[in-house]
Write a protein that binds this ligand. Structure first.
Ligand SMILES: [Zn+2]
Length: 221
């Protein structure tokens, strides 16, 4: 993989329909993960995340058979790179007889959870970051449950702890990392954006994050 490609191919906007892109660092993490779904790259990583994530096996009011077909659509959309196009994904789900509202809800929720699983795997395999915060979308639509998870993780917790907090706050109703349908919350490293940015400016590598090295090189080159 050419490093230059990694930073230019997928626009920030492509992620925004299903997840909060917290900052440039988070964008880099997402890109690094989702790039593995692009045809010319080795797909083993993304296939493993897909397998481990498992989409919901029965959507509300939908039979198990049809739910499995919806999940095939989601999987194919990810592996083909079509996930960047919300309308395309939603229409494919609608083609299975699901109304638009539910199709959108399924696509946004499942992709958001998948994005957080991608973050998890990238952090594990590419960095030494082990403490995380839960970040809500910064608008008035954010619900109390998401705010509560964000509040309880504001100083940074392990992923095991974060999952436990989500479970406790939602009474076990969460869909993976998403506390409710249409939740776009993100898991991010527990460091403040400012710390990272300051370190970049000073030319230091913050928190032994390996691939920041690469980004700094590219920005200077
Ligand atoms: Zn949320």
């Amino acid at each position: 993989m050419r490093l230059k490609d990694l930073f230019t191919e997928i626009g920030k906007e492509s992620f925004k329909w299903f997840t909060t892109v917290v900052d440039d660092f988070d964008y880099l993490v997402l890109k690094k993960g989702f790039h593995r779904a692009v045809r010319k790259y080795d797909k083993d990583f993304i296939k493993k995340v897909l397998e481990d994530t498992r989409f919901w096996d029965k959507y509300e009011g939908v039979g198990k058979g049809k739910s499995a077909l919806i999940n095939k659509v989601l999987e194919k959309s990810i592996l083909s790179g079509d996930w960047v196009n919300k309308e395309k994904v939603v229409r494919r789900i609608m083609a299975l007889g699901i109304d638009r509202k539910q199709a959108e809800m399924i696509a946004v929720t499942e992709l958001a959870n998948f994005a957080n699983r991608v973050r998890e795997e990238i952090y594990k395999s590419e960095t030494r970051v082990r403490y995380f915060r839960y970040i809500t979308e910064d608008d008035v639509r954010v619900c109390e449950k998401c705010r509560e998870v964000a509040r309880r993780t504001s100083k940074g917790v392990s992923l095991e702890r974060l999952r436990k907090i989500i479970y406790d706050v939602t009474g076990g109703e969460a869909r993976g990392y998403q506390t409710h349908p249409l939740c776009r919350c993100a898991i991010v490293r527990a460091y403040m954006k400012e710390d990272i940015m300051q370190s970049w400016e000073k030319g230091k590598v913050p928190s032994a994050v390996k691939f920041i090295n690469k980004k700094v090189e590219i920005e200077r080159g």
